[in-house]
Design a protein. Structure first.
Length: 264
């Protein structure tokens, strides 16, 4: 399988500068969701090292760009029609595709998105801005999915991604009831339930005590500030507070995309 060509450092900088100039917003970061034909998509292809061209033209790319450095700070990719999750997930978990379709009502004709990747880039993971970049990626996913009329969200998540999205409040359930295999979680969520579930997680985390989804990455007294931080992240993602003015959706039309893409 041939790899989609990557941009060199100078070309990457030019693409980022052009995107920031074409889509001005206030603040340090700008988040964009673009289609596969948008030149800015090449930035996402480069930093994610995309090697699945069979899904490329069905993809929407999410990018957070840093105005200070002129570089990408976060990246995401979703695939319309189910992508790798519906291609490879059933075999991974030992289920027929028909069982997955039946279990989650994917035969209703609604748009299916595969969350292929969503990541803060390495240079920003230990930076104070990491939470902002994460929040912009999560919120961009919600807004882009709402714009596209998405009904079903599926994904193959590693342990870290599953932990982070569960703590955020995304209501993923095991696909067709199957548990993780070799650390990979095949999951499903009805898209309309995602934003309300994140808002509810924020409310639960704001309490001093009480249950919430997932586990905090802290112990002892450090759990208190960690819980507050997780609550603030979930609240901003659910409401768009301090985020929506920095998010642009160029080229994403308000229309229903093709739903489940089955193997023929």
């Amino acid at each position: 399988m041939s790899r989609i060509p990557e941009l060199d450092a100078k070309a990457l900088a030019r693409h980022c500068a052009a995107a920031l100039a074409a889509h001005p917003t206030t603040g340090r970061f700008a988040a964009l969701a673009v289609g596969p034909a948008d030149p800015t998509a090449d930035v996402a292809r480069t930093v994610t090292l995309t090697d699945a061209p069979e899904h490329d033209m069905n993809s929407i790319f999410l990018l957070v760009l840093d105005r200070r450095s002129g570089r990408p700070a976060g990246v995401g990719q979703v695939v319309r029609g189910g992508g790798r999750t519906l291609d490879d997930g059933p075999d991974l978990i030992g289920r027929d595709l028909s069982a997955v379709v039946e279990a989650h009502g994917l035969h209703d004709g609604g748009t299916v998105w595969d969350l292929a990747t969503l990541s803060v880039l390495p240079d920003y993971r230990n930076d104070r801005s990491a939470v902002t970049v994460s929040a912009l990626l999560y919120r961009s996913l919600l807004r882009a999915g709402q714009r596209a009329g998405v009904r079903h969200l599926v994904s193959l998540l590693d342990r870290d991604a599953h932990r982070d999205l569960t703590l955020l409040g995304v209501p993923f359930v095991p696909m067709a009831g199957a548990g993780p295999v070799d650390g990979v979680h095949a999951v499903y969520a009805p898209f309309a339930a995602v934003e309300p579930a994140i808002a509810e997680q924020a409310r639960r985390l704001r309490r001093v005590t009480g249950p919430y989804a997932g586990d905090l990455p802290a112990r002892g007294l450090r759990r208190i500030p960690a819980r507050r931080l997780a609550a603030r992240l979930a609240d901003h993602v659910a409401t768009g507070r301090d985020l929506d003015e920095h998010i642009l959706l160029p080229g994403l039309e308000r229309r229903r995309y093709r739903g489940l893409r089955t193997r023929g």
